[in-house]
Ligand binder design. Structure first.
Ligand SMILES: NC(=O)c1ccc[n+]([C@@H]2O[C@H](COP(=O)([O-])OP(=O)(O)OC[C@H]3O[C@@H](n4cnc5c(N)ncnc54)[C@H](OP(=O)(O)O)[C@@H]3O)[C@@H](O)[C@H]2O)c1
Length: 248
């Protein structure tokens, strides 16, 4: 699944910790120049330093995905320095609110539902739209949208699904919407070399879930890197974990 990575850049949003940071390390191992997207300067610079200490080519890019000004500044800076972007990994995702409330659809606060969509869906749309002109400059552009099996309507309708009882409307539906982004952008870009796919990292021990996940960030990053480094004959418009397709 690997492509020729000489002089290739990858931008990872929310790369200062968790799955994003591990993905950054793995893309570094693949030979990419890593643009470490982070909203907090101190945390971003610290992640950049850790990646450089491991021998990778890394550069912190200040990027708050919920701010169009921040997205535009980041895109301009990437254009000035690199002239293109080969891979965009839309990794930022949040779970907002108190679990007891968000786990019950009728108890979900609509402000919180909107806010979750701001982070998980609208910000991903804004970043993708703004970075697309740079990705079009690449010979082998790849966009990986970090989704979740919790966004799968098919699995949520199956009582045997491991997370059937995790009906967190805000988070889950925002990831379903992420999958719609994938399908629609993949269609728009079908006659270009750009591939757009959704990744399901699985239930992973990170801050997002208070480290309750049973998978490691190393396991989680595997599918992300697979999709980021797809060869020209690879799929587009799909939803995958490291074992293959995930139902929509
Ligand atoms: N962990 C799981 O079990 C699991 C399962 C399926 C899917 N996922 C998905 O995997 C992705 C990564 O999650 P994770 O588990 O690694 O979570 P995490 O450890 O909480 O990391 C989230 C990252 O997003 C950043 N972030 C949040 N809001 C941001 C903003 N407005 N602008 C820029 N960065 C922002 C955070 O930065 P700060 O440090 O500044 O907060 C952090 O770097 C998410 O999309 C999540 O939904 C996770």
């Amino acid at each position: 699944m690997t492509t020729e990575t000489l002089n290739k850049t990858v931008l990872i949003t929310g790369a200062n910790k968790g799955i994003g940071f591990e993905t950054a390390r793995r893309m570094g191992k693949e030979g990419f120049t890593i643009l470490v997207g982070a909203r907090n300067r101190e945390r971003g610079i610290s992640a950049e330093a850790n990646l450089i200490a491991e021998g990778f080519d890394a550069q912190f890019i200040e990027l708050d995905v919920t701010s169009q000004t921040s997205i535009d500044t980041a895109a301009n800076s990437i254009r000035e320095t690199y002239g293109k972007l080969d891979v965009l990994i839309n990794n930022v995702g949040v779970v907002l609110g108190n679990f007891e409330d968000i786990a019950v659809p009728s108890k979900t606060d609509s402000k919180l539902l909107r806010e979750t969509f701001d982070y998980n869906f609208f910000a991903m749309f804004d970043v993708t739209k703004s970075m697309l002109p740079l990705i079009r400059e690449s010979n082998e552009g790849r966009i990986v949208n970090i989704s979740s099996e919790l966004g799968s309507l098919t699995q949520h309708s199956d009582p045997s699904f491991e997370f059937f009882h995790h009906k967190i409307l805000s988070y889950n539906s925002s990831k379903t919407a992420v999958n719609a982004l994938t399908v629609h952008f993949a269609y728009e870009l079908k006659d270009t070399p750009i591939k757009v796919n959704s990744a399901d990292p699985g239930f992973t021990a990170t801050d997002l879930n208070g480290f309750q996940g049973y998978r490691s960030v190393e396991q989680a990053a595997t599918v992300v890197v697979q999709l980021a480094t797809l060869t020209g004959d690879g799929p587009t418009g799909g939803f995958f974990n490291e074992n293959g397709s995930v139902p929509w």
